[in-house]
Design a protein around this ligand. Sequence first.
Ligand code: GAR
Length: 329
Amino acid sequence: MADTAPEHPGPPKARVAIFISGTGTNMAALLYASRLPGAAYEVVLVASNQPAATGLALAQSEGIATFSQPHKGMDRAAHDQVMEAAAIRARADYIILAGYMRILSDEFVRRWHGRMLNIHPSLLPKYRGLDTYQRAIDAGDETAGATVHLVSTELDAGEILGQIAVTVQPGDSADSLARRIRIAEHQLYPQIVARYVARQYDAGWLLAQIRRMALQMPETEERESHGAPAWRTGGKSGKYFAHFADRHHGVPHVALLVKTGGQDELGALIDNDPDAFFRPAYYGASGWVGIILNRPGLDWDQVTYWLQRSWQSAAPKRLSRLFAAASEF
Ligand code: GAR
């Protein structure tokens, strides 16, 4: 059967760096899953604190760039920085920890907030830390499993992105339970990573972010406009300040429409950054700009700025003055 190029190539693949300390079977599962058609991410680096980690050799044999830096004799932050620099050089969008047995410095974790994932062999919040299998057996748990979560400064306590259950069998040892959990992990991790990195292009997820931000502005409410979600200032004389447009009028963009200062500003925005802004049908005529949300490298600070500006131009003076004063602090 001849390969035909898809009509829409789809969003670009996210670039992930995987950090390992040992055998790297989860890394291998992630790597091979990334070779399936339609994969949402590609592995751009496998890095380790153990130069002899067997996973490094596997990655190398698969043509993946590798890096190692033993942690011995280095302080934690310095070692983290060397590992992080390798991920940055590889232009990684995400760092995926897969059996990376290091506690990370708070600064490193903060810099990658929302962009660093880990897999842990228990059903969190149960059994953070080590010896998870034996602890589940000793507690008489009927079910053990694994969790994928965002990495936060507190160990194994970041937002849970997905879990998989594994039944504890009578007579299980820590090793026998670990073996089955490992198989389950290999199913879980690639799926959750793929879903997580794809959400920045997902209209439902983007809408949820915009909704949360819009409703944070004082005295705002959501009210549909032409069948699409939109937000306005409250009260009888409320005015719209934001519209959500999911591929309206044949454009491929999921977009936020906000009000600019007028045609000159609108034109300048589009000229300066046509990857970020466009002139929306109908609304463009009244000075509204479309901010493209489903694109790599979306700048959420820019989205916040425009939501606030648009709100300020729609809000009654009494409110916008208050808000302007508050943002001085
Ligand atoms: C995995 O089971 C993973 O859940 C665990 O290390 C193993 C690594 O195996 N991680 C932790 O315990 C983190 N606290 P692998 O090297 O074969 O992927």
